[in-house]
Design a protein around this ligand. Structure first.
Ligand code: HPA
Ligand SMILES: [Zn+2]
Length: 330
């Protein structure tokens, strides 16, 4: 590893815009929380769990990711998970993070939605105090579940909005993409738009470029999570460039979930060269083998990126933050 490069990257002010907080649960913490909560795990050791992280596609990862999240029961669990993530990225020069969380993963197991919000929010507020790191929350709907389930989740969450006005700013859409196109949630997104939330959605990770177009045209999102398959539609690429729609690309995720076979084949540089607002993010760092800096390092090496290109990627991440943060001076 090139330590000079690493220090250069560490010093660049960076924002993380595509991060699932449940995807930051390290095997060590999974075991610790399982013990604390008396939850039985189907793995004999931390190493055995880590060894199981061999994915063939998005669904094979999601199965483990949802199973791992089952150790999260109390407010303290959500707090500890979020604090561990913040402490880690504070050392990597991340000055701002927009965190996705999946309430349905927890409410389906009987965990109150208020518990989920409270633990994450307490950590984010402390993170602001301790490291001066700005942050917000993106409540994400599971797209393999129904439109009605998304509406129900929104209804459960809305009474909490006042309490978390400073943090809960966004709505996202994640989980298994194929067969669950964005338009399935068109009415939910229309409602969230009326309510004044910032809107993002996963599209074009495993799903086709048409899902990216649908997320833009029908859900009216301001950013696309992943979006790497947009390259299959040249007209869409022109639209993304002209409208400066940020793509929150996650290189190590794409490699681990076999969206690309080799990092040297990743299209991140081609997308950047075509004028798109590309950003680098870690997605689910505990599962994909690296936090934000690891993702920058991986593409820097594999795609032979210059210092200038890396600075542009970091600057893009700062520019692609939700608008309320762009007007803040600190
Ligand atoms: O990369 C992802 N894609 C879709 N859903 C997810 N949920 C966590 N990570 C992901
Ligand atoms: Zn994601």
């Amino acid at each position: 590893m090139n330590t000079e490069r690493l220090e250069y990257l560490r010093k660049l002010p960076k924002a993380e815009l595509h991060l699932h907080i449940e995807g930051t649960l390290e095997p060590e913490l999974i075991f610790q929380l399982a013990q604390r909560n008396g939850v039985a795990l189907p793995y004999p050791s931390i190493q055995a769990l880590r060894d199981a992280y061999q994915f063939t596609d998005l669904q094979s990862f999601l199965d483990l990711y949802y199973a791992g999240a089952a150790v999260l029961i109390t407010e303290a669990d959500f707090y500890d998970m979020t604090m561990a993530y913040l402490a880690r990225i504070a050392q990597e020069g991340v000055v701002h993070t927009e965190i996705m969380f999946d309430p349905q993963t927890h409410t389906e197991r009987g965990v109150p939605i208020a518990t989920v919000f409270a633990g994450i929010a307490r950590a984010l507020r402390e993170g602001r105090e301790i490291w001066g790191m700005t942050s917000c929350m993106i409540m994400s709907f599971l797209r393999h579940l129904s439109e009605q389930a998304a509406f129900d989740t929104l209804e459960q969450a809305l009474p909490l909005r006042e309490q978390y006005r400073d943090l809960w700013l966004g709505i996202g859409l994640d989980s298994g993409e194929q067969g669950n196109p964005p338009e399935k949630f068109e009415r939910v997104y229309a409602r969230c738009r009326e309510l004044g939330f910032y809107l993002v959605a996963h599209a074009g990770e495993e799903g086709p470029a048409a899902y990216v177009s649908s997320a833009l045209d029908r859900l009216k999102v301001m950013r696309i999570d992943h979006g790497v398959r947009s390259e299959e539609d040249p007209l869409l690429l022109q639209t993304l460039a002209a409208r400066k729609i940020p793509l929150t690309v996650c290189p190590l995720s794409n490699l681990k979930l076999k969206v690309v076979d080799d990092m040297r084949e990743h299209n991140l540089k081609r997308l950047l060269d075509q004028g798109l607002c590309v950003t680098i993010n870690s997605d689910d760092p505990a599962y994909f083998g690296g936090y934000l800096l690891d993702n920058y390092m991986a593409v820097a090496e594999a795609l032979d990126l210059s210092d200038r290109e890396l600075a542009i990627l970091a600057e893009n991440s700062m520019q692609a933050r939700f608008p309320v943060f762009l007007t803040q001076t600190s």
